[in-house]
Design a protein around this ligand. Structure first.
Ligand SMILES: [Mg+2]
Length: 385
């Protein structure tokens, strides 16, 4: 039996998140700017129409399109919305592969009986449920392999949000698709294909298995079968917990001020620890990093006596490290925090002298619940001496 796979892709995701938080931004030319390079990384439909380009440096965009609205990226916010979209998706099928922050594959094979609807109608239901629960619009592509589902989702963007490539329409669809539009076909493969006169995806599948395998290897051959609607790469619902967590960002206006740096570091610790707690993990090693104005990097790590995900404990250790690398006569441009040697609940050892008191854990859980209710960074640790 052929599998039925859908790719759910949030539309202009970062911008949409900003518009949900600040509804007055809806219908306006909005651009989200990356923290480190200061480039446009997301645009609303209106900003696209205005002509703002993806990756355009902020200072150029601002000069060229002074009427657009520019917003600094808030990645924790996008993580939060992403999780809500994915959670909603998981209520429709257990087989969800979170592919990126704003895209997920979902295996819908067999759900037709469950819902008593065809697959397009099921996807309409998914789309409206996500909209109701998160206020985020998604485009959904449906087909029989991940590669075709991805292609369908690209087409869905301009065709009302849902697009299906059924078995009988595959060849017609491939004929109208340039090979460069296919998922996984990068610049190099595209140049190779052009050289051999493979211009459309249909030209590609006409090549023999032997030839593709010889010229492009196993992946090249698998691509052909994915394009034919065979599910070679299945939807992998298991997501690996992170091996380490880094939080870094540029400091607004370079500084030597230790209080500014401490406050930045404190934010990083908070974000890193909440992420660790979301995964039910603990870290046994912490590190801190400072980058100077002229790009020298200073960093230092420390092994902890016992694993923790409690931010006040982590902060105590990191502040010590920070003071050992900080120098008041240097100017710093960015800072970061690293949590490493992570362990997860099922593999955790018992520590006889466990000083992470029940009180600390309760406090951490409480912080998480408050954030869930009132939004990211609605609560954070203050300074204590
Ligand atoms: Mg998207």
């Amino acid at each position: 039996m052929k599998r039925v796979i859908a790719l759910v892709d949030c539309d202009s995701f970062f911008v949409t998140c900003e518009q949900v938080v600040e509804p007055t931004l809806k219908g306006k030319p909005v651009c989200v700017i990356s923290n480190n390079e200061g480039c446009v990384i997301a645009r609303s439909k209106e900003a696209k129409q205005l002509g703002v380009r993806m990756g355009q440096p902020y200072f150029m965009a601002k000069k060229e399109f002074p009427n657009a609205i520019y917003i600094k990226a808030e990645h924790e916010r996008y993580d939060w919305f992403s999780k809500r979209v994915m959670d909603c998706l998981k209520t429709f099928s257990p087989d969800v592969e979170v592919y990126s922050i704003d895209e997920a594959f979902i295996d819908l094979t067999g759900t037709r009986k469950l819902y008593g609807k065809n697959y397009t109608e099921i996807c309409k239901m998914i789309k409206s449920e996500i909209k109701t629960k998160t206020d985020i619009d998604v485009s959904i592509g449906i087909s029989h392999s991940k590669t075709l589902a991805k292609l369908a989702s690209d087409k869905a963007k301009t065709r009302g949000g849902i697009y299906s490539i059924g078995a009988f329409r595959i060849k017609e669809e491939l004929r109208r698709t340039e090979i460069s539009e296919v998922w996984g076909v990068g610049r190099k493969i595209n140049i190779f294909c052009q050289k051999w006169g493979i211009l459309s995806a249909l030209d590609y599948i006409k090549r023999s298995d032997d030839w593709l395998k010889k010229e492009l290897g196993k992946n090249g051959l698998e691509l052909k079968h994915e394009l034919l609607g065979e599910c070679i790469s299945s939807v992998e619902s298991k997501t690996e917990p992170p091996k380490s967590i880094q939080k870094t960002s540029a400091i607004m206006g370079f500084t030597s001020d230790i209080n500014v740096i401490k406050s930045e570091i404190s934010k990083h610790i908070h974000r890193a620890c909440s992420k660790l707690r979301r995964w039910n993990g603990k870290c046994s090693k912490v590190g801190v990093m400072l980058r100077t104005k002229d790009f020298y990097v200073y960093s230092r790590y420390k092994d902890l006596l016992q694993p923790t995900n409690f931010e006040l404990t982590v902060r105590k250790e990191i502040e010590e490290l920070l003071m050992s690398i900080y120098s008041p006569d240097k100017i710093y441009r960015s800072s970061g925090v690293m949590l490493e040697t992570l362990s997860y609940n099922d593999s955790e050892q018992l520590y006889i002298f466990d000083s992470t008191s029940e009180k600390d854990e309760k406090l951490a859980k409480c912080i998480d619940r408050i954030e869930e209710k009132f939004g990211k960074n609605s609560i954070k640790a203050g300074y204590y001496k």
